[in-house]
Design a protein around this ligand. Structure first.
Ligand SMILES: C[S@@+](CC[C@H](N)C(=O)[O-])C[C@H]1O[C@@H](n2cnc3c(N)ncnc32)[C@H](O)[C@@H]1O
Length: 355
């Protein structure tokens, strides 16, 4: 009998982004060897925060399995992690997730690399709607064909300590034995709140940048939006505003669809699901609970589960709301990554390879 716990888990993270998943996996004890992403702006944050890992600027569609095989050491338990872009499946992209969208194919590309390298462990994360798609069905079929044990379920990230309402599909597959994804430690208990996460942040005005943290900056509000947020209560929305401040479509419609735009967060609740536009007051419930501004980039990163010191931009480089909004809004929350890592470490501690 070989006790698998003596072998380190060595991971390659496809679609690694700024490293949210890798950071969480590493915190759980997984050794991250490399991350690959098509977006060059991921290089700095990935390499700056994931100790010893290298960044491969690659289109996953062109990635050769031999390249991955060379990165994994001989004596490791290989983990292939890959969170393909979720936009084609996201409820925030209604009507845009069609099979003609080339990104639908990226989970298949991940499957292609799983088939070619057959790592002992595989994990992926995406929006829950992926579950009902043929792409996901085909991915499960591939894993079964390759004799993986598979666990997948929708996880509420708040149950894993994220101060945000965020539901994600998590899949872990293993060739070592049966695997299970346990509920989070906060399941059924009081989740972490916006207040727990960002109340300590120094106050800033709309359009201002904090002197010590250049990412603690909020987008400048137009006058009309400044008046609107001033008229909003914590946890409130445009319904608090006088008629003249309302957006025409809110005036016309019942407004039900728009309940969560132009709204302030509440100190006492988890944040709403962050999108790639979390820095924009008009794009969701992204108003600060009491300051008259949208949340800052840093506050968004903290609400997405990154530590306050996570390094996203090289010193002296320009800081773009659009780029950082995309990178942070698309990230796997590190606490979810850590839960996935803990599940994997627990799994290999408990599974023995029969001879
Ligand atoms: C959901 S995000 C991944 C988030 C990342 N796992 C994290 O935890 O921060 C998807 C990533 O896929 C990348 N991507 C999109 N198309 C790609 C392609 N063809 N090849 C490689 N990466 C791609 C995007 O740049 C984006 O960073």
């Amino acid at each position: 009998m070989i006790h698998l716990s003596s072998h380190p888990v060595a991971a390659i993270d496809l679609f690694c982004g700024v490293g949210g998943l890798s950071y969480g996996l590493e915190a759980a004890g997984v050794n991250i060897l490399a991350g690959a992403d098509i977006d060059p702006s991921c290089r700095y944050p990935f390499e700056a925060n994931i100790t010893g890992a290298r960044f491969l600027e690659r289109d996953a569609r062109l990635l050769a399995p031999e390249e991955l095989a060379e990165i994994w050491p001989q004596d490791s338990l290989r983990l292939l992690a890959g969170c393909a872009p979720c936009q084609p499946f996201s409820p925030y992209q209604r009507g845009r997730g069609t099979p003609s969208d080339s990104r639908w194919s990226l989970l298949r590309e991940f499957g292609r690399l799983v088939r070619a390298t057959e790592p002992e462990l595989v994990t992926t994360e995406n929006v829950p709607r992926l579950m009902g798609t043929s792409v996901f069905g085909a991915f499960l079929e591939l894993l079964r064909e390759l004799d993986y044990s598979i666990a997948y379920r929708t996880c509420n990230c708040a149950d894993y300590g994220l101060p945000q309402k965020r539901r994600r599909l998590v899949l872990i597959a293993s060739r070592l034995g049966p695997i299970d994804i346990p509920e989070g430690y906060l399941s059924g208990l009081q989740p972490k709140t916006v207040g727990d996460a960002i109340r300590r942040m120094p106050p800033i005005a709309s359009g201002e940048v904090n002197a010590t943290d250049p990412l603690h900056r909020s987008r400048t509000l137009q006058d009309i939006n400044r008046q609107r947020i001033q008229a909003s209560a914590p946890g409130g929305s445009w319904r608090d505003w006088p008629e003249e401040l309302r957006v025409p479509c809110h005036r016309r419609a019942s407004g039900r669809r728009f309940r969560n735009v132009y709204a302030r967060m509440s100190w006492d609740e988890p944040a709403p699901t962050l999108t790639t536009y979390f820095y924009n007051f008009g794009a969701g419930r992204f108003g600060h609970p009491e300051q008259d501004r949208a949340i800052s980039i840093r506050e968004g990163a903290i609400l997405q589960g990154f530590p306050a010191e996570y390094d996203f931009v090289e010193s002296g480089s320009p800081i773009s709301f659009t780029t950082l909004g995309r990178l942070i809004g698309n990230a796997v929350p590190p606490p979810l990554g850590a839960a996935i890592g803990q599940t994997i470490i627990h799994h290999i501690r408990n599974v023995r390879l029969g001879t």
